[in-house]
Design a protein around this ligand. Structure first.
Ligand code: NAD
Length: 445
């Protein structure tokens, strides 16, 4: 059992906290938002994530608690994980939250005699842990990393919507340490996670593994979208069929006991409305900006972002094939979360699409099974009708635009049966059977 303090109780910090508690560690999540601390201590998860509420209620007040008192949390633990936000400010990664956390942890370490390890779980550009984090910790604690306390990077690979399952059954654990002692202590956190590849390395390599992984996924998405645009320009090519043919390659689909199994990466190799969320856009942008600051021309990463930024305009271009003017048209947008099974709307492709629809004068209704409230906070009420249910959202629509692949939207054909006049269904994720609705169009068609 390790005593762990985690700074930041957001998607990553809270999930990490309850999962480590489930594995028998004693965990305190330090959170600066007092409202979140209260909710967590009442056993109410502040975010929508399958299985999180159950785990939280099982451990809160026992092996897990939330607190605002960082010094006590650090002094009374053996390992501190930094899991605060690392947004992209338009020019570079914004490390303010990480720096503040490092200052506070360093201040606590000044009051602690026992050995302690600090690890950065947040996604930070390579070099951050041994650079600014080490400097701030050493300055505030008046101690030396490696000699007096341990330091490392332990990036997180969970996917929102399946975060608990991902954390409990990781595909890999990446731990970078400044020395063997730090590495050993961090690896102890994961010793009960079964036969999982443990990648022990230095902190900067660990940080780069995280960026390389996310950049690869983003590259797959933009590649598939560029092929879709090319297919549309040629005409009479369905990009979905093209990708089905690509997926069938033995590089991407393997034979396993007579069955053909597609590699999960094929789910990123499909045309769509573009990638969003709190990770891919900001991480690719931050790595490219970091490269440029180092004098590296990041041509692939730049192109990945450029293709992604064009996606909303591609959706609008498709709609204009059916409605030369969108002025006054009743358009229903389905899906506001950046992906299904989460209420996270950060960088959701729904927002630029909705904003463009509004600019074109469309009358926009929107519906998401769980993300209406956070989306309303981003978009405001002006001009957008947020609907409480799928049927209400479809009622009277002239065009229905599917942005997020929620399972609930599979009911769209059934709910539209008999609608007269039939609305156009524009399938931004190619999740419906084209023959299931009277008027269908989809990305890559
Ligand atoms: P988040 O914004 O949901 O959570 C961060 C939390 O930290 C917030 O609740 C904030 O109030 C709190 N915080 C900030 N400074 C603090 C301080 N000094 N003391 C106490 N609390 C503080 O962010 P997130 O989505 O959990 O992401 C955290 C990091 O993990 C980011 O670097 C992100 O890139 C990375 N990451 C995220 C995901 C994901 O799917 N969300 C996956 C892997 C990695």
């Amino acid at each position: 059992m390790t005593r762990v303090s985690i700074i930041g109780a957001g998607y990553v910090g809270l999930v990490t906290g309850v999962c480590l508690a489930e594995k028998g560690h004693q965990v305190v999540c330090v959170e600066s938002d007092a409202g979140k601390v209260e909710r967590i201590m009442r056993g109410e998860p502040p975010i929508h994530e399958a299985g999180l509420g159950e785990l939280l209620r099982r451990h809160v007040g026992r092996g897990f608690r939330a607190s605002a008192a960082i010094r006590d949390a650090v002094v009374e633990s053996d390992v501190t994980l930094i899991a605060v936000g690392t947004p992209f400010d338009g020019k570079a990664i914004d490390l303010d939250q990480v720096v503040r956390a490092a200052d506070e942890i360093g201040d606590a370490l000044a009051h602690k005699a026992d050995y302690h390890v600090v690890a950065v779980k947040s996604t930070v550009v390579p070099g951050t842990t041994v650079g600014v984090v080490r400097e701030r910790l050493e300055l505030a604690s008046k101690k030396r990393a490696g000699a007096d306390f341990g330091l490392g990077a332990n990036p997180e690979f969970l996917t929102e919507g399946q975060a608990i399952d991902d954390f409990m059954h990781p595909d890999r654990v990446v731990v970078g340490g400044v020395d063997a002692r730090s590495l050993d202590r961090l690896c102890e956190l994961y010793q009960d996670f079964g036969d999982v590849p443990m990648i022990r390395t230095n902190p900067s390599t660990a940080e780069m593994i995280k960026y390389a992984s996310n950049s690869l996924l983003a590259t797959m998405v933009s590649f598939a979208n560029e092929i879709a645009d090319l297919s549309s320009a040629v005409g009479n090519i369905d990009a979905k069929e093209v990708m089905r043919g690509v997926h069938a390659s033995s590089y991407l689909t393997i034979r396993e006991s007579g069955r053909r199994v597609a590699a999960p990466i094929t789910s990123f190799l499909d045309a769509g409305c573009g990638f969003g969320g709190s990770c891919l856009p900001k991480d690719v942008s931050a790595l490219a900006a970091h490269g440029q600051a180092l004098g590296v021309d990041t041509r692939v990463l730049d192109a990945v972002m450029r293709v992604n930024r064009d996606r909303p305009e591609r959706v609008l271009a498709h709609l204009r094939r059916h409605f030369p003017s969108l002025r006054g048209r009743r358009v229903t947008v389905l899906g506001l979360a950046f992906k299904p099974d989460t209420d996270d709307v950060r960088e959701s492709p729904a927002f630029p699409i909705i904003r463009r629809l509004c600019e074109e004068g469309a009358s926009v209704s929107a519906y998401d099974p769980v993300a209406n409230p956070p989306a309303r906070r981003v978009l405001g009420d002006a001009g957008i009708r947020f609907c409480d249910g799928l049927a209400a959202a479809l009622d009277g629509a002239e065009a229905v635009v599917i942005i997020t692949r929620w399972k609930e939207f599979e009911a769209v054909p059934e709910l539209l049966r008999g609608a007269d006049p039939a609305p156009l269904v524009f399938d931004g994720r190619r999740m419906l059977d084209p023959g299931a609705v009277a008027r269908y169009d989809g990305i890559g068609l």
